[in-house]
Each structure stands twice: as structure tokens, then as C-alpha cells.
Design a protein around this ligand. Structure first.
Ligand code: AMP
Ligand code: MG
Length: 902
């Protein structure tokens, strides 16, 4: 008589009956286990407090709690009602907890069971422990009862298939081995009942766990039924976990068991409460970031106040440029006067409060003046990078319905079809001089927009993020405290105004009385020039993307003791952080999307770090780590970072659909919104956030934020292209590039040069793929979606050839140069007429070419020279000219080689 327990699946029940009737042999037992472990096996990735050593260690630790008799009775009753044993229930709760902690639906748990019954001798004394790998694949989105039934049937099955050892299973599975882990199982569970009524004459008996100094698995759960209740113990690898983490996990587990009693039968297991008091307190403390800041006034008013305090201090320096421009400085009072005049001019031209004014300026002091003037006139600015293609600028102008564009004739790319009024400052000198330098004082408040900044859009068109003054003021107030800045500082600003980090470097110095030195866009991409500027201006702070910092290092930068480094915009690697901390006073890693106003979290990077974090939320910012259902995940677990607080902006201009998707109501603050970043992070036990990558197709390349979907949508519009995919690849460590995969429309392959030009007409240079591969079809996943992981590495065969006739090098310099290019670019040979950038070169590779040139020739070729002379023949001519000049000028002017004009 074998009644089917309620909750047990019929198929499991049928299998169970069959096995009881047949009595499986060893071979059948093995077949059962292999069947349950079929397919790709999960690796349990427990969130560790310390990096996992390359070779497994066994240092053990142990923590435990006691659940009282009432709790145990409740567990038993709950299990009984569902036809499960208490063990199955405890095991299911453990599996649910593991899945939520490790964001997975699939775990394999080792269960240790007495082997005596299998051996047919219950009285046998010895360590007869069998280990069964129980797999649990129920999703946390299913109710808990489903998990309990799954574990119950797995337990029954394992008893029926005991005739197979774990060792022989492992041999059969032939898993790939990782010396840092045990194969297949990372966790073990045992359940025992403490023997009652055992007596030794008059001796009192007390059972205690023997402390172990050694632990086999990453985490072992020991459940012991005692007279007093249930003892729950974790034995753990003490090289991976802190005891405080284990204590929190014990609390998680106990809370989960407790909340089972209250949960409805259909509630998803993912919604069961599992946060203990400790965990709640920590999360609350980490988000307790309230701090005062000037919420009611515009950022320009903060600058005005500073100008009143230090009118004669130098505010902005435009260094003498490599192109020959003179160095210029503006004092605070001058910045203020000019901004007032320009504001008057803008008002005359019809700019009104609430307007959007496009800004397309060279990187001189006038850039800051123009932004202040736009703010004083009550408008917000829309930054345009003059180097972007006209089609993109036209889209930004039209989408933002800009009232006017403030520009300079030297850079205005002439986007006429956008039908926008142009105000070129170099042509307005007379008009400006005639105006009163009077501050319009329009009372622009904190909720008014400060800027609208366009970022890549996944469906093809960039979208404008609307940022209010209040969010910028909060950012500046927060950064003034940490990392901190004062009047003695000098900040070298290198970011384009089309990238929001420019907001920090332009205005933080100006609200504390410090100096900002504006590197030109050419200097900002040249490691040698940057290192020169850092020293020449006594710079104390510079903020840049990891790519720019690498560029500086590739140029042989030795460092600067007084320098505080801010790394931002994309993930900082441990290697780069080590190099930078060794060469500076301090290094900060700051994180934030445009949608939450430049920076939302940050931290000082310790010297020689072994892990990088993005730190803690800045002032008035709350960070939440949530699962796909928007439920907080436990500390240590991976989830999406969702940001709340003063930095949250007003959404995308004219895109209510997109705004509603990403800016969701904040349950902690009625009427406010929080922003879903799409970034995957986890809380570390010390309250810092660790960045783990993206949950979607957004990528960062040299700090630029790119939606691959945007490139793909332009690519499929090109003639001859039927389908397309774009990937960011790093086939050689440190060499990131975009690769385009195209499926041709007809029988003939599209020409790379045409594709590239077609993309260049619509996308900025950094979004144009370096390499093109033709495929017969795009690889698809079983559910017919693009299988990005299956996109092949480009090789010489598959890559479309953009290379026509190769003219072999003619002179010694050309030969040497062609060799260097071929080597750096990974090509077999390079012809004299081939363009470095068309061959897949980009700034990091360019820096490599330049440092090799310095050794080989030896002259200091600049990045600017490579940009302007991008073929082997052209650059060889430049080098030859420099060398002959060197030879004649070496006596009196040893530095002349830096100044050679093309
Ligand atoms: P953006 O809007 O251009 O500032 O890009 C924001 C995105 O860049 C974030 O959502 C992250 O994916 C990435 N990001 C920015 N700063 C960092 C950082 N310090 N570490 C890792 N990723 C970063
Ligand atoms: Mg950012």
C-alpha cells in the first residue's frame, strides 16, 4: 500500500512505484542519476566576501542557531499537511534560499545519508555515509509547495537509487575541473536526530558539536533535531566567508522558514520574506545618506556667490594648445561679467525661461561662460559635440526643439536643415560689448532643467535625459564633501560636454573657488600631452575614463604625487587601479548613469586593491538591489541596481513610454520616482556595491555608452544588408572593439568601405565598428533569438576585406612603420596607403604605435599627428621631417621636435 502524498507530482509518484516494483540494479541506479544530472550543470556561485583562491582551500568555520520546539513543531506540521517529510521541507527552504542568493533556478545540493540501509545492515558501525547530488530546478517564481514536492520526490528517488556511489557518478560525468572548487557540489546538507534517552549510569549526558578547523564544501548545512528544538549550523570555508555573513545567512534561513507559515499557498517562493533584523538594519544604514544641500537655487547662482567671495582668483585656464592657440585665463569676476552680458544677448534673441538652447563650442573658457549665460537666461543647454555627424546633430536639434544654438564659427558644422537660429559668439563681440553686464536674476529654481543630454537609444535613436538644477546642486554638494575639493585645487577637465561627467569637472571647481584647466579635445586624447598639462599647470585633480587613464600610462606617464585621480564612466579593473594608486595621491572610482545625474555612488580605491567596488551611495541617494520582480535580494546576491533620491532626473524628453519603463514609482517616497539602471551589482558585507556588468545590450567602449541595438538598426538600413548584429569583443585582453556581423541581401557581399561610410553618416566615430564579418545567417538560440554568445571571433577568412591593392612600403621608415602597424593591429602585412583607423586602429592601439615609434626612430610623434597623417606613407613622411629637423636643430633647440608643424 503506497498512498500518494498530496503535492507529489504524478510522474514522480509513478516512477517511484515502478522502482519499488522492479528493484533497480546498480546500472539502473546510475542511469537515474545521470538522467537527473543531464544537460549543462550549474556551478553554485555563492557570493564570497573574499576573492576565491585559484586553488581550493579547506579552512573551516562554524556558526549556528537554535530554533525552539515550537518552531520545530510548526515545521513538522506544515510538512505533514503537504505530505512531505520535515527534511524535504527544510531542504526545499534551503534550495529556495540558495537560488535567491545566487540568482539561479538550478542548484545541485549534496545530501548525506546513512548508508546502512543500502548495505542491508542497520547495525553496522562505521562512517557509512552516502552522498547524493539532489538537483532542484523549480523556479522561485513558483509557489513553495512545488519546491517541497520536488525535494520530497528527489529524496524518495535517491533512496531507491542508492546503489551507486558518488565517486562512480563523478567519473561518469567527466565534468570540467576547476582547481578552486569541488566538482559538481559546493554545498552539503545533513539531517539527524539527536539520540534521546542514552544513558551511562550516573553520568549526565550533553551533546555538543565538535568544532571543526576544516571544511570540505564551501558551505555545509547541519540540521539536528534535539530535545529542545532544531539546531541549524553552517560550516563554511573561512577563506571565502566572514562569520558575520554566515550569521546573516542563518537569520535568512530561519526567517524564510518562519515566513512559510504565513505565506499563501500560491505565493511565489521568491516573495517569501527572508530578511532578518540584522540585514534590514544594515541596508537601512547604508542608505541613510540624508544631507543638506542648496535645493532651491540654480547652479549658476552658486557660481555667482563664489565669484563674489573670490572675484580675482583664476577660474578658468585655456592652455596654449598643441595647435598653436595662446594660453588664456579668466578670473571669477570676468567669468561672471561675460556670462551676464551673454545672458542679456540671449534674452534679446528671444530665449525665454524653460527654453532649450543647443551648445556647440570649442573647449575654451567661453564654453563655461556660455553655459552660465544659458542658465541665467532661464534656459537649459543641450550639448552637441562638433565632431558628431550632421545627421545625428540634426536629430538632436530637432528632437530637443532647441530655441537657438550657441556656437563658434570655428566649430559649427553647419546643420542648416534643422532650421535653428545660430548665435556664433565670435561674430557677436560688438553686440556683447554694447550690453550691460547685468544678471537677469530670473529666479531659476531647483526644479528647472539645467541640461538635456542625449544618450544612445537601443531602438535606433538617441534619447534626451532631462536633468534639473536641484540634481546638479546635490551632486556638487556631495562631491565637495567626498572626495572633497577646495580653493587650492586645480582640476584638469578632459571630458566632452556631450558626456555628463563634464558637469562635475566644470562646476565643482567653480563652486568652491578652485581652478579648472580645459584640455582641448585633441590634447584629451593624447597621453603625452596630458602628462605635460598635468605638470605644467600643477594639476591636483583629474577625472577620466579608464581608457584615458590607460592612454596616459601607455604614453609612459610616471605619475604625480599631488594628483587625485577620479576614474569614471566604466568599470575600473584591478590591474589599472594598482597602476594608478602607485602613481598618485589617491584614486576614486565614481559610478553613475546620466539618468541619475553623473554620479550616484563612489569610493576611494585602496592601494594595491584585490577587488574593485563602486562604493556607497552619495548624499541623498538610496541604492536598492532588486530581482526581476522588483523584490530586494539579500546582501551579497546579484540584482539590478535601482537608484532613488535627489539625483533622479525627470526622464526622457518627449518619451513618456521609455520614461515609464525605467523611471518607476518609488515606494519609499510618494510621488517620486526611482531609476532602474540595468546594471547588475551586489552589496558587499561592508556596505559597498560591486559592479558586475549589464543585464542588457548596453556596452561601454572607452567610456562611451553605446546601445548595440542603435548601431544594428543603422546597419540594417544600409544597402545590401539583410540582417546585422554588433558585438563588443575582447579577443585579445585589453583590446576592446566593435565587430559588425552582416548577412548580405543578395549574392554579393556589401563593400566594407561603403558600410563604414554609411554608418559614419549617422553615428559618432566611436560607434562605428572596426571589423566586419559576413555570415550566411545570424546564429539563433533555441527560442529563435539572436545568440550573441555564438557570434564567431572574426578571423582573416570571414572578415570582409576592405583592403584593395596593397602598395608595399618603399623607404626604410615606411618599412619599419608598416611592421609596427602590422604587429600592433594583428595583420600579416600593411601597405603604405592603408589608413590606420580603417584597419581597426583606435586610440589605445594608436598609443602603442606611438610608443613603439618613440623607441624605433626615435622621435616623439603625437596622437594628433597620427590622426592627421593616418597612412604609413603619410606618417613616415612626418617622421622623416622630424628627424631631419632634429638633426639640424639638435644643438640649440632640443625640444623642437614637439612642435613640428605638419
Ligand atoms: P553614462 O550614462 O554614460 O554615464 O553611462 C552609465 C553606465 O556606465 C552605467 O550604467 C554603468 O553601466 C557604466 N558605468 C559608469 N561608471 C561606472 C563605474 N565606475 N564602474 C562600472 N561601470 C560604470
Ligand atoms: Mg555616468
Amino acid at each position: 500500500s503506497l498512498p500518494a502524498p498530496p503535492g507529489l507530482q504524478f510522474s514522480a509518484y509513478a516512477r517511484d512505484l515502478q522502482h519499488r516494483l522492479e528493484g533497480p540494479s546498480g546500472a539502473a541506479a546510475k542511469a537515474h542519476w545521470l538522467d537527473s544530472l543531464a544537460g549543462e550543470l550549474p556551478v553554485l556561485d555563492l557570493p564570497t566576501d573574499r576573492p576565491r583562491p585559484a586553488f581550493k582551500t579547506y579552512t573551516g568555520g562554524q556558526r549556528g542557531i537554535e530554533l525552539d520546539a515550537a518552531a520545530l513543531a510548526a515545521i513538522k506540521e506544515y510538512a505533514g499537511e503537504r505530505g512531505a517529510t520535515p527534511f524535504a521541507l527544510l531542504l526545499a527552504a534551503y534550495a529556495v534560499w540558495l537560488k535567491r542568493l545566487c540568482s539561479t533556478d538550478d542548484v545541485v545540493i549534496g545530501v548525506a545519508m546513512a548508508g546502512q540501509p543500502a548495505a542491508g545492515s542497520r547495525d553496522l558501525v562505521g562512517h557509512c555515509v552516502s552522498l547524493y547530488p539532489l538537483r532542484s530546478r523549480a523556479s522561485p517564481s513558483e509557489p513553495f509547495g512545488r519546491h517541497a514536492a520536488e525535494m520530497q520526490s528527489a529524496l524518495l528517488d535517491s533512496l531507491d537509487h542508492a546503489d551507486c556511489t558518488y565517486g562512480s557518478l563523478l567519473a561518469e560525468l567527466a565534468l570540467p575541473r576547476d582547481p578552486g572548487r569541488l566538482p559538481l557540489l559546493s554545498t552539503l546538507v545533513t539531517y539527524e536526530t539527536e539520540t534521546q534517552g542514552l544513558g551511562f549510569g550516573d553520568l549526565a549526558l550533553q551533546v555538543e558539536a565538535a568544532p571543526k578547523g576544516y571544511c570540505n564544501f564551501d558551505l555545509e548545512l547541519y540540521l539536528t533535531e534535539t530535545a529542545a528544538g532544531l539546531r541549524v549550523e553552517f560550516h563554511y570555508n573561512a577563506d571565502l566567508f566572514e562569520s558575520t555573513t554566515i550569521d546573516r545567512w542563518l537569520e535568512n534561513y530561519a526567517t524564510l522558514l518562519d515566513s512559510l507559515q504565513r505565506a499563501g499557498a500560491t505565493a511565489p517562493a521568491a516573495t517569501l520574506d527572508m530578511f532578518g533584523a540584522r540585514e534590514r538594519a544594515l541596508l537601512q544604514a547604508w542608505n541613510a545618506t540624508a544631507a543638506p544641500f542648496p535645493r532651491e537655487i540654480g547652479v549658476h547662482d552658486l557660481v555667482t556667490r563664489q565669484a563674489a567671495r573670490t572675484p580675482d582668483a583664476v577660474a578658468v585656464v585655456t592652455p596654449a594648445s598643441a595647435e598653436g592657440g595662446d594660453s588664456a585665463t579668466l578670473r571669477y569676476a570676468e567669468v561672471e561679467t561675460r556670462a551676464c552680458r551673454l545672458a542679456q544677448l540671449l534674452l534679446q534673441r528671444g530665449v525665454a525661461v524653460g527654453d532649450r538652447v543647443a551648445l556647440c563650442m570649442p573647449r575654451t573658457a567661453e564654453l563655461l561662460v556660455a553655459i552660465l549665460a544659458i542658465w541665467k537666461a532661464g534656459a537649459c543647454y543641450v550639448p552637441l559635440d562638433p565632431d558628431y555627424p550632421r545627421a545625428r546633430l540634426a536629430h538632436t536639434l530637432a528632437d530637443s526643439s532647441a530655441r537657438l544654438v550657441v556656437t563658434d564659427s570655428s566649430v559649427w558644422p553647419g546643420v542648416h536643415d534643422a532650421g535653428v537660429e545660430v548665435c556664433a559668439l565670435d561674430r557677436e563681440a560688438a553686440a556683447l560689448a554694447a550690453l550691460e553686464p547685468r544678471d537677469p536674476q530670473l529666479g531659476v529654481g531647483g526644479e528647472a532643467l539645467a541640461y538635456v543630454l542625449y544618450t544612445s537609444g537601443s531602438t535606433g535613436k538617441p534619447k534626451g535625459v532631462q536633468v534639473p538644477h536641484r540634481a546638479v546642486s546635490n551632486l556638487l554638494a556631495a562631491l565637495t564633501r567626498v572626495p572633497g575639493l577646495d580653493a587650492s585645487d586645480c582640476w584638469l577637465a578632459v571630458a566632452t560636454v556631450a558626456f555628463d561627467v563634464s558637469v562635475a569637472e566644470l562646476w565643482l571647481p567653480l563652486v568652491v573657488g578652485a581652478q579648472v584647466v580645459l584640455a582641448s579635445s585633441v590634447d584629451a586624447q593624447d597621453g603625452t600631452r596630458l602628462s605635460h598639462l598635468l605638470d605644467a599647470h600643477g594639476v591636483t585633480v583629474m577625472q577620466a575614463t579608464p581608457a584615458t587613464w590607460r592612454l596616459l600610462l601607455e604614453g609612459g606617464w610616471a605619475g604625480r604625487d599631488a594628483l587625485r585621480i577620479v576614474s569614471a564612466g566604466e568599470a575600473l579593473s584591478v590591474e589599472l587601479a594598482r597602476e594608478l594608486t602607485a602613481r598618485s595621491r589617491e584614486v576614486w572610482n565614481l559610478y553613475g548613469p546620466t539618468e541619475t545625474t553623473v554620479y550616484s555612488t563612489g569610493t576611494a580605491v585602496p592601494r594595491a586593491p584585490d577587488r574593485i567596488t563602486i562604493g556607497r551611495p552619495i548624499a541623498n541617494t538610496r541604492a536598492h538591489v532588486l530581482d526581476a520582480q522588483g523584490i530586494p535580494v539579500p546582501i551579497g546576491a546579484v540584482g539590478e541596481l535601482v537608484l532613488a533620491g535627489e539625483g533622479v532626473t525627470l526622464g526622457y524628453l518627449g518619451r513618456d513610454d521609455l520614461t515609464a519603463e525605467r523611471f518607476v514609482p518609488d515606494p519609499d517616497a510618494t510621488g517620486q520616482r526611482r531609476y532602474r539602471t540595468g546594471d547588475l551589482v551586489r552589496w558587499r558585507a561592508d556596505g559597498e556595491l560591486e559592479f558586475l556588468g549589464r543585464g542588457d545590450q548596453q556596452v561601454k567602449l572607452r567610456g562611451f555608452r553605446i546601445e548595440l541595438g542603435e548601431i544594428e538598426s543603422v546597419l540594417v538600413q544600409q544597402p545590401g544588408v539583410r540582417a546585422a548584429a554588433v558585438a563588443r569583443r575582447e579577443d585579445v585582453p585589453g583590446d576592446q572593439r566593435l565587430v559588425a556581423y552582416v548577412v548580405a541581401e543578395g549574392s554579393s557581399e556589401p563593400a566594407v568601405a561603403a558600410l563604414r561610410q554609411g554608418l559614419r553618416d549617422h553615428l559618432p566615430e566611436y560607434m562605428v565598428p572596426a571589423t566586419y564579418v559576413v555570415l550566411d545567417a545570424l546564429p539563433l538560440t533555441p527560442n529563435r533569438k539572436l545568440d550573441r554568445a555564438a557570434l564567431p571571433a572574426p578571423d582573416g577568412e570571414a572578415a570582409l576585406s576592405s583592403r584593395h591593392e596593397q602598395v608595399p612600403p618603399r623607404t626604410d621608415t615606411e618599412r619599419a612603420l608598416a611592421e609596427i602597424w602590422a604587429d600592433v593591429l594583428g595583420h600579416a602585412a600593411v601597405g603604405t596607403n592603408e589608413n590606420f583607423f580603417d584597419l581597426g586602429g583606435y586610440s589605445l592601439l594608436a598609443a602603442r604605435v606611438l610608443s613603439r615609434c618613440r623607441v624605433r626612430f626615435p622621435v616623439a610623434v603625437s596622437l594628433r599627428q597620427l590622426f592627421m597623417a593616418p597612412t604609413v606613407a603619410q606618417l613616415a613622411a612626418v617622421i622623416d621631417a622630424m628627424r631631419s629637423q632634429d638633426a639640424t636643430a639638435s644643438d640649440d633647440a632640443p625640444d623642437a621636435r614637439f612642435e613640428i608643424e605638419l
